[in-house]
Ligand binder design. Structure first.
Ligand code: NAD
Length: 251
């Protein structure tokens, strides 16, 4: 069992379409103990979805924009786990206005950057007191090397997110903590469907040599679990593409 005895904090389970749901499911199937986070009005939904996991997992409150939630996270985790081996950041949000590149107001851009990029550092710092034995922080990006037909300030936030992961790798490496990202191809989740024009990504599979199924979150989830396992002991600051090979093609 790849994750035997591992204790994981998994953010971002909203529905059973969420990439994080499949990370939690696969990690449990591989022997891990999982604690989920959710916030606000979605908390009860996450609790209900948690019951669809092989073992229903506890859910604790975490809005990454709420300083008190972050400051108390490590203490509240103590009710469920004594330490953490892995943390999954599976959080993304940008207000509608951020998807109009030339007209987006700073307030919308600031929210996108805080929730979708700065939160990686905020989450890692909040979980750090429970990671004294080392561990792995994993997040999800959509390749920020390109300007996509839509995505706009969310794309800029993902560029900041990717850079944040490299700085985390620098600062947490000496503590035995790895920081890596999975660059996933498009997957039809709640967050994705809220992006205006997401359907333009439907041609992804035509350019990906392995093909691509936007309805299948499992390959991205498998990579997240692998990066939280002991099988990437010398890998940090890395971005693993799980996109059917799209990123490597000229068109
Ligand atoms: P999702 O809608 O299922 O999950 C997004 C999660 O972010 C939700 O659980 C939501 O509650 C959480 N969230 C939003 N604001 C938050 C806040 N302030 N505090 C805490 N949590 C908050 O969608 P998903 O596609 O599974 O998204 C997970 C990650 O995968 C995101 O980082 C997303 O950008 C990334 N990603 C998605 C795709 C895709 O096409 N779906 C592709 C590449 C990367």
């Amino acid at each position: 069992m790849l994750m035997d005895g591992k204790k994981l904090l998994i953010t971002g389970v909203l529905m059973d379409s969420s990439i994080a749901f499949h990370v939690a499911r696969l990690a449990q199937e591989q022997g891990a103990q999982v604690v989920l986070t959710s916030f606000g009005r979605t908390f009860k939904i996450t609790e209900a979805i948690s019951r669809r996991l092989p073992q229903p997992a506890p859910v604790i409150e975490l809005d990454v924009q709420d300083t008190e939630h972050l400051d108390t996270l490590a203490d509240r985790l103590g009710e469920h786990v004594d330490h953490l081996d892995g943390v999954l950041h599976s959080i993304g949000f940008a207000p509608k206005g951020a998807f109009d590149f030339m007209n987006a107001p700073w307030e919308d851009v600031a929210t996108a950057l805080q929730v979708s990029a700065f939160s990686l550092k905020a989450l890692a710092a909040a979980a750090l007191p429970r990671m004294s034995e080392g561990g792995s922080v994993v997040g999800l990006t959509l390749d920020a090397s390109y300007a996509w037909p839509m995505y706009d300030w969310m794309g800029v936030a993902k560029a900041a997110f990717e850079s944040t992961s490299r700085y985390l790798a620098r600062d947490l490496g000496p503590k035995g903590i790895r920081a890596n990202l999975v660059s996933a191809g498009p997957i039809a989740t709640t967050a994705a469907k809220s992006i205006p024009g997401f359907e333009k990504f439907s041609t992804w599979g035509e350019h990906a040599p392995l093909g691509w199924d936007v309805k299948d979150p499992v390959p991205a989830a498998q990579a997240c679990v692998a990066l939280m396992s002991d099988w990437f002991p010398a890998t940090t600051g890395e971005i693993v593409h799980v996109d059917g090979g799209y990123h490597a093609m000229g068109f």
